[in-house]
Design a protein around this ligand. Structure first.
Ligand SMILES: [Zn+2]
Length: 98
């Protein structure tokens, strides 16, 4: 059995996540708030199905989330430079291709 490098937080049931702190456990993915910080415990919003509160601030990371929906991920889109996509973006921007 090969362990996946990173487990998706959405694959974990809230009742199995009680001891998890995603700011410390980097083997599990985490949604980011508007500041680009990992949410320590993103399972709260999805458990509020039917709660009449609509949008609210996640009490763990402060991100604006929707009650009854999975925690919103404010991760930047792929056009933001990372070490992984630097080369492809550089090629895409190359003047000779314009
Ligand atoms: Zn959060």
């Amino acid at each position: 059995m090969t362990a996946k490098l990173v487990q998706a937080w959405t694959d974990i049931d809230p009742k199995d996540a009680k001891e998890i702190d995603l700011t410390r456990d980097l083997h599990i993915s985490a949604p980011l708030n508007e500041m680009g910080e990992r949410c320590p415990w993103p399972w709260e919003p999805q458990q509020l199905v039917g709660a009449p509160i609509g949008q609210f601030h996640c009490s763990y990371c402060g991100a604006m989330v929707m009650a009854g929906m999975p925690h919103i991920d404010y991760a930047p889109d792929e056009r933001v430079l990372t070490p992984e996509n630097l080369t492809s973006i550089f090629e895409w921007c190359e003047p000779s291709k314009m």
